[in-house]
Design a protein around this ligand. Sequence first.
Ligand code: SF4
Length: 350
Amino acid sequence: MTEEVYKEAAQNVTAWYRQYGRDLPWRRTGNPYHIWISEIMLQQTQVDTVKPYYERFIETLPTVEDLAGADEQRVFKLWEGLGYYRRASHLKEAASMIVNEYHGRFPETYEELLKLKGVGMYTASAIASIAFGIPKGVVDGNTLRIVARLFNREDNIALQKTKNAFGEIMDAMIRYAEPSDFNQGMMDLGAMICTPSKPSCDECPVASLCQSRECQTVLRLPVNNKVVNKSILEYMTVVIRDGDRYFMVQNEQGLLQHLYGFAQYGCDMPSEFEKAFYDDYGVKIRLTQYISDIKHVFTHREWRMHVYGGEVVDPATRPMRDFYKLEEIEQLPVSTAHLKVLKAYLKVLQ
Ligand code: SF4
């Protein structure tokens, strides 16, 4: 009985996808490199946001060799605004691995794909099924929700054991369908029909099989009990000016690794900031004006930035590097949080 349900559900989803699936730029190609780029961009970002970034990226770096040989700053610039910049750094590292270890041949198995930096189980399943027709079900928020509802399962989807169990159900269903269209059908069904709060069950291709619909538990599912501790960090963030140039520094590690930002320290007093900056950079500055408070929210973290303007006061200590003109800053990969800071600063002081 269960196998029959798997089969019918898989075939219904696939047929529905072929008729109603979204027309997206990365669905007009079978090129695994292009599919990989799109999947990495989609990991933490909405489809509509990804579209122009994907097109620009593929136009600028059309092959894995182009990406492997590209200047890192150029890759980060292409990524600017997408967030989670580690993804861009991992892409470049994985591209070098493909060129050097696989001689430019894109890995074709689920296991090989998993070895690429930045590729987890979801992305490996997506690339394996879409580019190579391998029957490996994708497991993410959308497919977990559909499986929970379709089979009226109250397991907590925040737990890895539930993800594994639901992944096995996806793998069982995908055997009865064309893997690429089935997985993409499940992605679209979750995004368009079986949505979290307002599912359109009347338009759903698996409505006649759906056990939560029958049991009237649709809106209670999936069960998702997770504890997210968002830490709040307070900073003084200062736009330090020297004539028509501004101090910016590239983060060497951490959340915003590789991105440029203004100087910021976790201190309260202008004098503390000035001392910390002198200790780090050997440049004497003074804070001249309060600009505004700016909040920036990351997944598990929130920055509260108290933004000030400042200037170099002792030209003898002025360094040649680390200060940039506005037109040069436009070319640097700058964190979204600090682009907000720059915008607020320019609004007040220009
Ligand atoms: S019938 Fe409704 S709840 Fe069931 S899978 Fe379809 S959209 Fe989701």
